[in-house]
Design a protein around this ligand. Structure first.
Ligand SMILES: [Fe+2]
Ligand SMILES: [Fe+2]
Length: 275
């Protein structure tokens, strides 16, 4: 299978086995045509649900049930990331060296997300919860509909959702440590280190464009975000400047994010919920 067929199998495949199959890089010989499907394939037991599940309160994370539910949220975010990155390979055909570079980057990120899903899933199973036991939502997935270009995808995915995950991973790592759940804390540490690379990749992509076109990167980022997404979604709990510096973001951009206010961050942001 070439890389297009492998990405298609991740997006359209209905089983976890298909979603977690390791990707192998191959060059594309024929001209690629943009491909997009409204919803990823998912078996009935792991399919999107309109049922709302609340992320457990901080004081519940010390319980087996609370930790299990939190891990189920985390695992779904990873699975969505796997599917969205694979969808990006299919949605944005790009020829030549630039195309190979883009797809290589996506493959390496998908491998990380597959590792994250597996780590969360194994930990969750050891606590007695199986992936699919709880409802999962499609909020993140739906936003890819409104990303017409690779740049807009990076702005939304790396510089917004994954950027917020830096704060969340750091915050929940601390909470699980306090609960003496070192296994879960350790997984969050691994995820955090990888996510720094993912945020850096998106930053480098946008920064290159801004430097070449002499555009302000913040203005450029704002112009790329899908309509329903604001920079407030690029922040988790306890905004962490140091982590963003480690991902290579410059202080101008970090300060803009830090000081950004919208209705969303004032009313909604108190847990790793996606809505
Ligand atoms: Fe991840
Ligand atoms: Fe990621």
């Amino acid at each position: 299978m070439d890389i297009i067929q492998q990405a298609q199998s991740i997006v359209e495949g209905a089983t976890l086995e298909e979603k977690l199959k390791p990707l192998k890089y191959t060059e594309i010989n024929k001209t690629q045509v943009s491909f997009f499907i409204d919803n990823p394939g998912r078996n009935k037991n792991i399919n999107f649900s309109s049922k709302q599940l609340k992320f457990p309160a901080k004081n519940k994370l010390a319980t087996i049930e609370g930790a299990g539910i939190a891990l189920h949220f985390f695992a779904n975010h990873e699975l969505l990331a796997i599917e969205m990155m694979a969808m990006a390979i299919l949605k944005y055909p790009l020829q030549g060296e630039a195309g190979d570079h883009f797809r290589k980057g996506m493959i390496s990120t998908i491998r990380d997300e597959q590792k994250h899903f597996t780590l969360y899933n194994q930990r969750m199973e050891s606590l007695g919860i199986e992936f699919g036991d709880l409802p999962v939502n499609d909020f993140f997935w739906k936003q890819i509909h409104d990303c017409p270009t690779i740049e807009s995808f990076h702005a939304m995915m790396s510089l917004t959702f994954e950027s917020a995950n830096l704060d969340f991973a750091y915050y929940y790592k601390g909470i699980f440590k306090d609960c003496e759940d070192f296994e879960t804390a350790n997984i969050l540490e691994i995820v955090l280190e990888d996510e720094l690379r993912h945020v850096a990749a998106g930053w480098n992509y946008l920064n290159d464009f801004s430097t070449k076109s002499k555009k302000d990167i913040w203005d450029h980022y704002l112009s790329l975000l899908p309509g329903k997404i604001t920079p407030a979604r690029a922040k988790g709990i306890n905004f962490n400047c140091e982590l963003r510096k480690r991902a290579g973001l410059n202080s101008h951009f970090i300060n803009k994010i830090k000081n950004y206010k919208s209705d969303f961050n004032i009313t909604n942001r108190n847990s790793w919920d996606s809505k």
